[in-house]
Design a binder for this molecule. Structure first.
Ligand code: ZN
Length: 429
């Protein structure tokens, strides 16, 4: 058992006792057999049991646009490929079907919670609930009209409809998710404190992803996007700011002083040539850092194992220090760091008594994992999502022996294929 907190411990030959949806006790396996003779036992020898991974930034429905266009500069990619496809195809059903395939990919890869930001949140919530994965659904808005809403007021209204319909549903929570300081209007950011009074949800936004974004903001009023958000009184905890690649003097202090989190998305930042976020400097300053995949259109995998490894390796090359960002730190960012960014650290992110039984078992008995001296090192530098065998969310087994038990995989794939045909035949030249 690798509980992640407190500290880099490995509890060999231990058992996690689950009662209903919670972790009831963690104890040596021999004691477990004696104390709970009637419990249903799942034998996981040769495996590591870790807390469920938290994908702290994604746009799940964009899985339907995975690989539609790659190897293009960010703005050209968005303007000529992604936005036209979204304008034409995005609907409640698109989001439900896209999120279904994303949720299946995520849960099979050991992700038990995702922090989502996309249009038609009710479509995403339906599919997440059907899959049995935890969703923090972003109430998204941008200043430009889309098939989802014509104005920021309408975006917000439709977001609140989702809250009214789903609040209180197990595994479902909400965040305010203005897209970014450049895509949502200043007026809508200024309105947010008022919305927070009625609905005190965490915040989720994109922040300082590209150099151009920061340069433009600073040219406008001398403030970085983080400084603007701070000025509006909205840099706080929980706040999940995706990317944070380009930080200026003062940004780190604002983050550290406010308790706001940055969600590191290394693969997306590499693929779109945005840069490499200064994660070690953030951690040194006391900033909480989570990990996210971003959407499958810009990654193209919803694979937290790849992100953990990329985070650890990039940090070492970036700082010239092989001791930077240890395996334990990478695993912590992908679990407890994500839980903190979502304001859910009391519920998820580590294997501790009283927390939700969001658990993932990882097979370390294969050839490529031999010999195993340090399981935590193997989890980050050796293991991959193909090694995930069993996944529980709130105590419910959603993956058993590498198969999802909650949804019909063939049905999810068939709907995905229908969309592929539609989108491919309707793609811009
Ligand atoms: Zn994003």
């Amino acid at each position: 058992v690798v509980p992640v907190a407190p500290g880099p411990r490995v509890l060999e030959w231990h058992t996690v006792v689950v009662r209903e949806d919670r972790i009831h006790e963690v104890l040596p396996t021999s004691d477990g057999r004696r104390r709970y003779p009637d419990a249903t036992r799942v034998d996981l020898r040769g495996q590591a049991l870790i807390p469920g991974l938290v994908n702290a930034h994604t746009h799940a429905a964009m899985s339907l646009l995975r690989g539609l266009a790659d190897d293009m500069p960010l703005m050209e990619w968005l303007q000529t490929r992604i936005w036209p496809a979204e304008a034409r195809f995005v609907s409640d059903q698109f989001v439900a079907d896209g999120t279904a395939v994303a949720a299946l990919e995520m849960v099979l890869g050991g992700i038990t919670t995702f922090n989502d930001m996309y249009f038609f949140p009710q479509g995403a919530i339906r599919s997440a609930v059907a899959t049995g994965i935890r969703i923090q659904s972003g109430l998204t808005y941008v200043a430009t009209p889309t098939p989802y809403a014509r104005s920021e007021d309408e975006y917000i209204e439709r977001g609140l409809d989702a809250v009214a319909a789903w609040q209180g549903t197990p595994l479902v929570s909400f965040a305010w998710a203005p897209h970014s300081t450049y895509a949502a209007s200043t007026e809508s950011w200024d309105r947010l404190p008022q919305l927070l009074e009625a609905h005190p949800f965490p915040l989720h936004t994109h922040v300082q992803e590209t150099l151009d974004e920061v340069d433009r903001a600073v040219a406008q009023d001398g403030l970085t996007p983080l400084a603007r958000i701070h000025r509006a009184g909205l840099l706080r905890s929980p706040f999940a700011g995706a990317h944070g690649v380009h930080l200026r003097d003062g940004d780190l202090d604002l983050l550290a002083g406010s308790g706001a989190s940055i969600v590191h998305c290394p693969s997306s930042n590499l693929k779109l040539a945005s840069g490499i976020a200064p994660v070690v400097a953030m951690l040194t300053s006391g900033v909480n850092v989570a990990i996210g995949t971003d959407g499958a259109a810009s990654n193209n995998r919803l694979d937290m194992w790849q992100e953990m490894r990329a985070a650890a390796l990039l940090a070492k090359a970036q700082t010239g220090d092989a001791a930077a960002l240890s395996a334990h730190q990478a695993l912590t960012m992908a679990t407890l760091g994500g839980a903190r960014a979502l304001g859910q650290e009391a519920l998820i992110g580590s294997i501790e008594v009283g927390k939700a039984a969001d658990l993932v078992s990882v097979d370390l008995s294969g050839v490529a994992a031999q010999p195993t001296y340090h399981p935590i090192s193997h989890l980050v530098y050796v293991a991959g999502r193909e090694d995930v065998t069993n996944v529980w969310v709130a105590g419910r087994p959603v993956v058993v022996d590498r198969r999802c038990t909650t949804v019909d995989t063939n049905e999810v794939l068939a709907r995905c294929d229908d969309w592929r045909e539609q989108i491919w035949s309707g793609r811009p030249d």
